[in-house]
Design a protein around this ligand. Structure first.
Ligand code: GDD
Ligand code: GTP
Length: 424
């Protein structure tokens, strides 16, 4: 039997997803008409004999209740549960804490998916590699440019056998352009003992381990009063994977299909585009029918009202109850629930927040980033700015106003032209 775990994180994470995560936990933000985490679940549902999916995070219990209720109806063959960490335990700490729940029903192996990635999740290919090689662990990898690689976990593998020889999380110097996609398949017999030995190492010599890099987990890490707490934070990436490379049957499946991280709010725009394109390729019935004014792929929620003279697409998602006026032009954008796009306005490479209004003849625009670029920031006049324009919830853009490469916090009224700014 096989299970899956989706690591959804918690409210202290996803800060780079602001202003959109101010109102909604990132995993529930909708791209291509569905919550980010729904795309993970859909991929898992395509694996034969999956019994159960555990979403592990430290959001409040209530956060995923409705989502799980709806998803359980849509995927009746899978049991979906939310397991709440009492605090952030790290990517391996959460797995270990809930090991009894994961081991229940005696699965031989389980997938682990980071909720904040967008890809085609070739889980069945990973499963095949796992079986063919009698593996203990399989990681999904993808190739990125040399300068992007050090933002990710880097994998050195044997080109022929695909065995992982070396794993380094966010290395300081270049070691490989094959990176960790944040998708794994572990044998239950291998992974829990590996985590246990990492814990043991940590308790034996706690001060010898140093943690560079990301976010606020480490700040209180080695203070004495927090020692016990911090001993429980375990990272798959730093504490476990390099060990697996040294001593276990650890293989990499390299995907040639699309892959992106969803970290910044702007990165929802490429994720939206990639999932829409995939749905289009698969002939999804959910997408709007192409016409002179609909350039596919476009998703329009059934409750939205789009004037037939408005031109939409490619890569546009229109949310529930959105109103789009005559002659409007929307391209490469996400328009969230209850927003209104007035007549003859233009929205390009942007996210229009819940309940926001874009005035007549206004322009709200971002700048395209190169295909396959793993960042949505660009350099403009020597300054780093977001390439995607984002309006938080309940913002207003006046008639004929132009907003270019801006991030606009909720409840702002833009009455003059603005560019390259964060409007607070
Ligand atoms: N439940 C739980 N508890 N989930 C967590 C925790 C935790 O304490 N910490 C992180 N997560 C979840 C996040 O929500 C995210 O889905 C995933 O685990 C990884 O998040 P990070 O720890 O922030 O790592 P990262 O995204 O910077 O890098 C990881 O992903 C990259 C691919 O996107 C690493 O695995 C990299 O090696 C990898 O390239
Ligand atoms: P399309 O022919 O509409 O696909 O435009 P394009 O491919 O020539 O240019 P692009 O898609 O990059 O940009 C969108 C288009 O919308 C641009 O031609 C804009 O000038 C145009 N546009 C700008 N403002 C408005 C507006 O208020 N209403 C409409 N309908 N279009 C506008």
């Amino acid at each position: 039997a096989t299970k899956a775990v989706i690591l959804v994180g918690g409210p202290s994470r996803g800060t780079r997803f602001r202003p959109l995560s101010l109102d909604l936990p990132k995993p529930l933000f909708e791209v291509a008409g569905h919550p980010i985490v729904w795309h993970c679940l859909t991929a898992i549902a395509k694996v034969p004999h999956i019994q159960e999916v555990c979403m592990i995070g430290y959001y409040d219990e209530s956060v995923f209740r409705d989502f799980i209720k709806d998803a359980s109806k849509e995927f009746p063959q899978i049991k979906i549960v939310y397991l709440r960490e009492y605090q952030a335990l790290g990517t391996a700490g959460g797995l270990y804490h809930f090991r009894d729940a994961i081991l229940k029903g005696r699965p031989e192996r389980f997938f682990v998916l980071n909720a904040d990635v967008c890809c085609s999740f070739p889980l069945n290919d990973m499963l095949k590699l796992f079986e063919d090689r009698d593996a203990e662990a399989v990681i999904l990898g993808t190739r990125v440019t040399e300068d992007a690689a050090s933002n990710f976990g880097c994998i050195v593998s044997d080109a022929h056998t695909r065995r992982v020889l070396h794993y380094v999380e966010k290395p300081e110097s270049h070691i490989s352009n094959l990176i960790n996609c944040g998708v794994y398949l572990f044998s239950t017999e291998c992974i829990f003992p590996s985590i246990r030995s990492a814990i043991k190492r940590r308790t034996d010599r706690p001060r010898l381990v140093s943690y560079p890099s990301s976010e606020n987990l480490e700040s209180s890490f080695f203070q004495d009063d927090d020692e016990e707490k911090s001993n429980q934070v375990l990272r798959l990436e730093q504490d476990i994977l390099s060990d697996l490379a040294d001593s276990k049957q650890f293989f990499v499946h390299e995907t040639k299909d699309f892959w992106r991280q969803i970290k910044t709010a702007g990165s929802a725009v490429p994720a939206n585009a990639l999932y829409l394109q995939k749905a289009w390729q698969l002939g999804s019935k959910e997408l709007a029918k192409p016409s002179a004014n609909i350039l596919p792929p476009v998703f329009i929620h059934p409750t939205a009202q789009v004037d037939p003279t408005a031109k939409l697409g490619p890569n546009v998602s229109i949310g529930p109850r959105v109103v789009v006026g005559a002659g409007a032009r929307i391209k490469e954008s996400i328009v969230l629930e209850d927003a209104e796009i007035k007549h003859d306005s233009c929205v390009l490479y942007s996210i229009i927040g819940w309940n926001s209004r874009v005035g007549a003849w206004a322009r709200v625009e971002g700048t395209p980033t190169p295909v396959n670029s793993h960042t949505t920031s660009i350099i403009k006049n020597g300054v780093k700015v977001q390439s995607i324009t984002i309006l938080g919830k309940e913002c207003g853009v006046g008639d004929e106003v132009r907003v270019q490469n801006c991030i606009c916090l909720p409840f702002k009224e833009l009455k003059r032209d603005v560019s390259n700014e964060v409007i607070m």
